[in-house]
Every structure is written in C-alpha cells, then in structure tokens.
Design a protein around this ligand. Structure first.
Ligand code: C5P
Length: 235
C-alpha cells in the first residue's frame, strides 16, 4: 500500500519580505509561520510523516519547541540553492534513511502557505490518490490580466484569463515521478513541482482549492494570514 508523506521546503531566505529573518520564521499568531502548515499536515489522518527541509546554515529551527509533533515530524538539513533543489535533496535524504518508498505519494507544501486547511488537504488526497499522474491545489484566475510593455508600466495588451489557474501547494506526486522530474528539470527554470512533471510531458490534475491558501510573499500578506488564522481559532 502506498503511503502519503508531506515535504515542506523551508530553506529559502524570503528576500521579498524585506526581513533579515527567513519568512518561514516570521511571527504569525505567536508562532513561526511554518508552524501552521506543519500543524495542519501532522494532524491529517492520511499523512504518515512530514519532512521539513532546512538550509544547512539554518540557525532558527532549534529555537522553538516542536516536540508536540513527535516522530511524525522529520527535519532534513539539506536545502539547496533553489526550491527545486531543496525538494529534490529532501526526497533523496528521506529515501536514503529508508523513510519513503518509490511508490509513495509526496505532498510538497510551501512553508509560506500557512492557511491551508484539512478540508483542502483531504480533498486533494481523495481526488488524486487514484490518479495516474497526480496534481495540485489551484484556483481559477479571478482578476483581469494585463501584459506590461516596458519599464514605464504601460499596458501592452490584456491577456485572456480563460482556462488560467493559479497554482498553489500542496502538489502531490509519487516519489519516483517527482524525483525523476526534478532531476530532469535542473536546466529548466521550474518554479513548482508540477512544472517539472509537465516538462516530462505529463498533465497534472488541477484540484479546486480556495483563495485562503495564498502564499505569504509581501509584508501585507502576513497581516492577512494572521487575521484568517485568528478568525479560525475564535469563530
Ligand atoms: O521564495 P518562495 O516564496 O518562492 O519560496 C517557496 C518555498 O520554497 C518556501 O517555503 C521557501 O522556504 C522554499 N525554498 C527552499 N529553498 C530555496 C528557496 C526556497 O526550500 N533555495
């Protein structure tokens, strides 16, 4: 029987947040941001283990108490230069430690998406566990899209948003396909796991998520995530 594992690449510096502290450690509801995703993933009934991939130079992780997650949470200090490198290094390390099998499902989730819910997670797993390829949470694009022509921020033209979706995480693929895709993608500029799988000619499935599962990228996103989590804790 294939198992389900989550992997959180958390070796980025989060430069766009304009903060010295890597964004996965920024305070969100009195916890480091990454805590919230770890909590949702560790509490999920289907997920057998959660791997967190840290930068080898990480000096923050040990400052917090993670004992509530016991052995379900495994830290791998092998992050790489890019997100794809961090995911691939984490997968390789997990296999070397005999923690995963080739046929197991891996759900890669960004540390910077703290508002993931167990409802979305269950939906993703239920829709994809019988899928040939795998897929990802995503939402159809709601806004009108403008292509910018030059440095003066003038509109060149309006892009059609028909059939356009915004990719989120978790992105769920079997261990073998995902590692093969990421190894093959080293020369291509892939920004997510599905992109690497697509480059092999596969068509990952889009599973309808919701806008709450946004990525904290800029300082104002942090305030919004805090409001959402506070509201959930005190409905
Ligand atoms: O920077 P961005 O928001 O795209 O990063 C997405 C995720 O990838 C974050 O969780 C970040 O920590 C992780 N990452 C990583 N290794 C890198 C760069 C980013 O694990 N070298």
């Amino acid at each position: 029987m294939s198992k389900f594992f989550a992997l959180i690449p958390a070796a980025g510096s989060g430069a766009r947040m304009g903060n010295e502290l890597p964004k996965q450690y920024l305070a969100l509801n009195s916890r480091p941001m990454i805590y919230h995703a770890i909590c949702t993933l560790c509490q999920n009934q289907f997920i057998a283990g959660v791997f967190v991939v840290l930068a080898p130079s990480d000096g923050e992780w040990h400052k917090y108490d993670w004992s509530e997650f016991s052995e379900k949470l495994v830290v791998l200090s092998c992050g790489g230069l890019t997100r794809a490198d961090s995911v691939l290094n984490g997968l390789t390390a997990a296999k070397q430690k005999n923690l995963v099998d080739s046929n197991d499902w891996i759900l890669v989730h960004d540390a910077a998406r703290p508002c993931l819910t167990s409802i979305q997670l269950d939906k993703l797993i239920n829709e994809l566990s019988i899928d040939e390829v795998g897929g990802l949470l995503a939402v159809p694009v709601a806004d009108t899209l403008k292509r910018c022509s030059n440095t003066e921020n003038r509109v060149a033209h309006t892009e059609s948003r028909e059939n356009l979706w915004q990719a989120q995480t978790p992105q769920m693929f079997r261990y073998d396909l995902l590692t093969h895709a990421l190894r093959s993608a080293t020369s291509i500029n892939v920004t997510d796991d599905a992109g690497a799988v697509e480059a092999l000619g596969f068509h990952p499935k889009l599973v309808l998520g919701d806008a709450y599962n946004f990525k904290v990228t800029y300082p104002q996103d942090l305030a919004l995530a805090e409001l959402i989590i506070q509201k959930r804790n005190n409905p």
